[in-house]
Design a protein around this ligand. Sequence first.
Ligand code: GAP
Length: 465
Amino acid sequence: MANDQAITDHTITMEKITSLAKRRGFVFQSSEIYGGQNGAWDYGPLGIELKNRIARNWWKEMTQMHDEIVGLDAAILMHPRVWEASGHVENFTDPLVDCRNCKARFRADQIPFENIESKTCPECGGELTDVRTFNLMFKTNIGPVETEEEKNVIYLRPETAQGIYINYKNIIQSNRMKLPFGIAQIGKAFRNEIVTKNFIFRTCEFEQMEMQYFVKPGTDEQWFDEWRKRRWAYYEKLGVKMDNLRWHQHGPGELAHYAKDAYDIEYLFPMGWKELEGVHNRSQYDLTRHTEYSGKDLQYIDQEDGNKRYIPFIIETSAGLTRTLLMLLCDAYDEEKVSAKDAGETEGSAEDWRTVLRFHPNIAPITAAVLPLVKKDGLAELAQEIRAELREDFATDYDQSGAIGRRYRRQDEAGTPFCVTVDYDTKEDGTVTVRFRDSMEQVRVPRAELVSRLRQEIKAYKRTK
Ligand code: GAP
């Protein structure tokens, strides 16, 4: 087998994704040598490349592609009144129950109602405690003295959105923004989550990619529909399997305290359909509350409508960056049967299985890996030269150890869309082999045309498997 371990069951599971993520340096458990820290994860060399590319791709889509959307990077620490105004101090709670016997902890809204009613643990049948509400915000103290005095209390933000709302007037003034306009931000958020299973799906420290779109009252529903369409199209462009996405509209009991209407884009993760991104009509809730709590006038003056003053409505698109990374790992993951004729890539056996991550080239952590067929006869030096030519334009890797088939497999597992192989013909006629990850096809390309050819391939990329 070319793979290190024989694969017998080809269903995609979270265990396989977690194991690949660790093995290939995408994601490690935080503080592993101390037994691990629940709800926290570290992004390794391939993971940070992937995360940066997802963030860059989203940023381009949301800012570069729109005249009227600008960026912001607000502080994580904000005045504690922000969270009173936003309603998070009062409303950002989960209902919690514990089992007195096995000590398991559950969100009361995520176990069957019969268990709550009968106070029976769904895992061991032991007695459950009463339901308590539990605020998800991490609360700490600012300043040198630890005290419970309210003036020293500070929160780690549970969403990036509020940093945008409290800067909305600054941005109108500094950048002469006119409605409708948007403000985009990517950053860390923190929630004291009760249940943090399923790898990086729900964590205590995570990153969000949020965009708040400010619109004239009365146009909010039209913009809400428009942003739902745009966010759907975004995933199509990323090459995600669209059958694995669906919309879920929040029912009255599900709506967040700020929302007039809300839809989630859900993805079919190995553990089932789960929220990936929320598109929310936050109405005038946040700006009205900040006006009340800060005493500052946050009305917009509409010069195009006789200087009318009003509080804009807000349409929010809120995606988890780390959750998107998990979704893309699951979506890209494939185990494929390959036969011996596949370009001599198998090692003697009649058939073999390969694990491959079919990332869109725009987000793959490594775009091109340069591989000398053998190390000797100057091929390694030549391959290094070719890599140096590519690295200005692409994220590259270089690998000279082991059989070429094994090296292709390693790049498949990292999701590298193109391998560039340097062989004896390269010395003779200046051509290299470009091997495509998805089809495993190989073509000869003149070295001088390599950069432009790879660019064309990236632009024209369509996922076929
Ligand atoms: N500003 C609105 C807001 O925060 P949300 O539905 O609570 O809305 C938006 O969160 C997105 O943030 C989710 O769709 C998810 O992708 C991500 N997210 C929320 N909580 C998370 C957590 N504990 N771990 C990882 N991602 C999370």
